[in-house]
Design a protein around this ligand. Structure first.
Ligand code: GDP
Length: 297
């Protein structure tokens, strides 16, 4: 719970104020609701999301008394838990696979978010699911990124398709897909160029790559440390190129939780996977109920 430490204790102070209360009323939940609101805002959850959340929890809470031996304050914990799960998309959102031929997963993201690491982690994860993978190096701006991918591919034991930097990313991706078809590889993971910030070149290039390989998944890699900014990025990329979901990295850091809580509600797109460390095995599906459990401590 160290990750959401502050959020957890902020929420706790809300229920602690309702100890010994017989029934939750508009009056006695007012201050606890302010605690919840403050805790969420401090965790960098976006304001409209916080407003809707508190509104919904309040509506469900008013009138709640002792039910089958469960105290009202304990029931508020349950209401908040369920509302957190809903906020994060409810069910786990599995990766989709193509019905026939290789599944193409296109990865996008700003520089430094952990995109290259995610390529390798994802290949490792898919290998464990029994799927063969091909990594495609379509970041033509940084030769070092290609080298990094080749090294990671060796570590995972997955082939890496490269064509240098003198050819368009959409062509590299297309040729990579052809290679995968020839070798009957299950999943093609395309690594694209990251930039320090969004610009037209990046978006146009992504659109071109997407058009060239018709990916089943277009996943935006975002850094949990950036809080609600991550949710804003997911929204922008979705509007610009159309994405299927997000991968949230660096959840092992002292992230305050805002990204995990805002992405689905703000962008309409689910978080599909989370990275919680630098090792290859540190990538796992995003389970809203487990995350809610961790937040509640
Ligand atoms: P890229 O520029 O998006 O390709 O980023 P990289 O994959 O090169 O990662 C940037 C840095 O973040 C590297 O030092 C990674 O080891 C680190 N990193 C990536 N994912 C995670 C993660 O989930 N947790 C932690 N703690 N570090 C990560």
């Amino acid at each position: 719970a160290e990750m959401f430490g502050q959020l957890t204790s902020g929420l706790e102070s809300a229920w602690n104020k309702l100890r010994g209360v017989d029934v939750l009323t508009k009056e006695n939940i007012a201050e606890p609701m302010r605690d919840i609101r403050r805790a969420l805002l401090e965790a960098d959850v976006s304001l409209p999301v916080v407003r809707r959340f508190v509104q919904s929890v309040s509506e469900q809470a008013v009138g709640v008394g002792l039910i089958r031996g469960v105290r009202p304050d304990q029931q508020l914990v349950k209401i908040v838990h369920d509302e957190l799960v809903t906020l994060m998309g409810g069910e786990v959102s599995d990766l989709a696979f193509a019905k026939s031929g290789p599944t193409v997963i296109l990865l996008a993201g700003l520089q430094g978010v952990g995109k290259t690491t995610v390529c390798a982690k994802l290949a490792f994860y898919l290998k464990k699911l029994g799927k063969s993978c091909l990594l495609v190096a379509a970041d033509v701006y940084r030769p070092a990124a290609i080298d990094q991918l080749v090294i990671l591919g060796e570590q995972v034991g997955v082939p890496v398709y490269t064509e240098g930097t003198d050819i368009k990313p959409s062509q590299i991706a297309k040729h990579g897909l052809e290679e995968a078809k020839k070798k009957t590889i299950d999943v093609v993971i395309v690594d694209t160029a990251g930039r320090l910030q969004i610009d037209k070149t990046m978006m146009d290039e992504l659109k071109e790559v997407k058009q060239a390989v018709n990916p089943t998944e277009v996943l935006l890699v975002v850094d949990a440390m950036t809080g609600q900014e991550a949710a804003a990025l997911v929204t922008t990329f979705n509007i610009e190129i159309g994405i299927t979901g997000a991968i949230l990295t660096k959840l092992d850091g002292d992230s305050r939780g805002g990204a995990a809580l805002s992405v689905k509600e703000v962008s309409g797109k689910p978080i599909k996977l989370v990275g919680r460390g630098e090792r290859l095995e540190d990538l796992e599906p995003f389970y809203p109920d487990r995350m809610a459990g961790r937040i509640l401590g």
